[in-house]
Design a protein around this ligand. Structure first.
Ligand SMILES: [Zn+2]
Length: 238
């Protein structure tokens, strides 16, 4: 193993993550406001249609929030060292997804002024929306500084094996892979091609992996077998 390279999110990644988190929080705030409005104005037999529309809108907002939140965590992950912070930061989307509906669900089911039919329809839809928002918000494979660090070190070793001991790769802003060859078909002709170490690509983009086309080309051109690489390879993080 080479010397441990520790993942450090670049200032740009941190700024982008901050912006995504801000939008996520905004989406959740609007979802909460929508829920409060629904609780006070829409729980009645006459307003059933509007209540259903409100539930759908709140669900969309909750999903947008948790998607942005997860994206931010991939650019600027938490450390596993602080267990509580790690859990909350990674699972906040699920927590907010449930909170966006739970009070509404309780108040629909306990309301004395609405008919059983309204209760049944609105209650069922709200419970389903709560489950969808909650489950979609869960991060089943939460990113962490430690996981990224491990990946960087493993991938650096693979790239060096493939690239004459050279830790130098290319990547574009939009792609989620880095390349060994700057003329790889997937990046050739792009306006902006960055290059640097494997670690730099992770620091700047969050999760990253080696382009398969480049890997195969390097293996073929340089007579490197699967076996040569396998010693180091471990399953990739999604
Ligand atoms: Zn490539």
């Amino acid at each position: 193993m080479s010397t441990e390279k520790k993942f450090v999110a670049s200032p740009e990644s941190k700024a982008k993550a901050k912006q995504l988190r801000l939008f996520a929080i905004l989406a959740w705030l609007v979802a909460m406001a929508g829920q409060i409005f629904a609780i006070f104005k829409l729980i009645s037999d006459e307003m059933l249609t509007y209540l259903i529309i409100a539930i759908v809108v709140i669900l969309i907002l909750a999903l947008v929030g948790s998607t942005l939140w997860k994206k931010a965590n991939r650019l600027d992950p938490a450390s596993e060292k602080d267990k509580v912070k790690f859990f909350i930061q990674n699972q906040l989307g699920a927590i907010m997804g449930v909170l966006a509906f739970l009070p509404l669900v309780i108040l629909i089911l306990t309301n004395k002024d609405v008919s059983g039919k309204t209760k049944g329809i609105a209650g069922t839809i709200a419970v389903i929306a709560m489950l969808v928002a909650g489950i979609a918000g869960i991060d089943f494979d939460p990113p962490s500084i430690e996981k990224y660090t491990e990946q960087i070190n493993e991938q650096t070793d693979v790239v060096k094996k493939l690239n004459f001991d050279n830790d130098n790769v290319y990547w574009t802003k939009a792609g989620n892979r880095y390349h060994i060859f700057d003329d790889c078909q997937h990046i050739r002709g792009r306006d902006e091609i960055n290059n640097g170490s494997v670690k730099t690509s992770w620091d700047e983009k969050g999760i990253s992996e080696l382009c398969k086309t480049c890997q195969n080309r390097a293996m073929r051109d340089r007579n490197i077998s699967e076996e040569d690489l396998k010693v180091l390879e471990t399953p990739m993080t999604e």
